[in-house]
Design a protein around this ligand. Structure first.
Ligand code: SF4
Length: 150
């Protein structure tokens, strides 16, 4: 198998405290896909039952499940100026951003994402992510199998 195009690494540093673009509705509507394990984990963090959690925070989209959004398309757990209110239990999709498999498939995909996220190819100081770190992060993105369950 040949080495990926990002074998020399990629530059990314989360702007952190005041950006929140990937959690807020500034990019428009979107989905935060959930595995069964992640749903259970967030319910536990919120100290509510699994049924309460799914009724209050989850929507079914086709065969998959996503967190709901606020009317302005902010993630339901995003708090302006503070960030994620379930940070320690946040889903793999959130943990792996911006190294989602479809964002690093080709240089053009990464470039397209860079047009939205100011942390990609960032300025000074920037973090250089090695191929190993990128692959490890991308592996946190849930697989199609993990997202489909009865
Ligand atoms: S769960 Fe947390 S990290 Fe994920 S999109 Fe929502 S606010 Fe952001």
């Amino acid at each position: 198998m040949s080495a990926p195009w990002y074998k020399s690494g990629l530059q990314f540093k989360c702007e952190g405290t005041d950006c929140g673009d990937c959690c807020s509705g500034r990019w428009g509507p979107g989905y935060v896909w959930l595995t069964l394990k992640e749903m259970k984990g967030i319910a536990k963090a919120l100290e509510i039952t699994f049924d309460q959690f799914t009724l209050q925070y989850v929507r079914k989209v086709g065969e998959r499940y996503s967190l709901i959004e606020r009317p302005n398309h902010d993630c339901i757990f995003y708090v302006e100026g503070k960030g994620c209110s379930v940070y320690d239990a946040r889903p793999g999709q959130c943990r792996s951003y911006p190294f989602w498999p479809h964002n690093i498939d080709k240089p053009e995909d990464w470039q397209e994402q860079a047009e939205q996220c100011p942390g990609i190819g960032c300025g000074d100081p920037c973090d250089k992510w090695s191929r190993k770190e990128i692959d490890k992060s991308a592996a946190l993105y849930p697989s199609a199998r993990e997202l489909r369950f009865p």
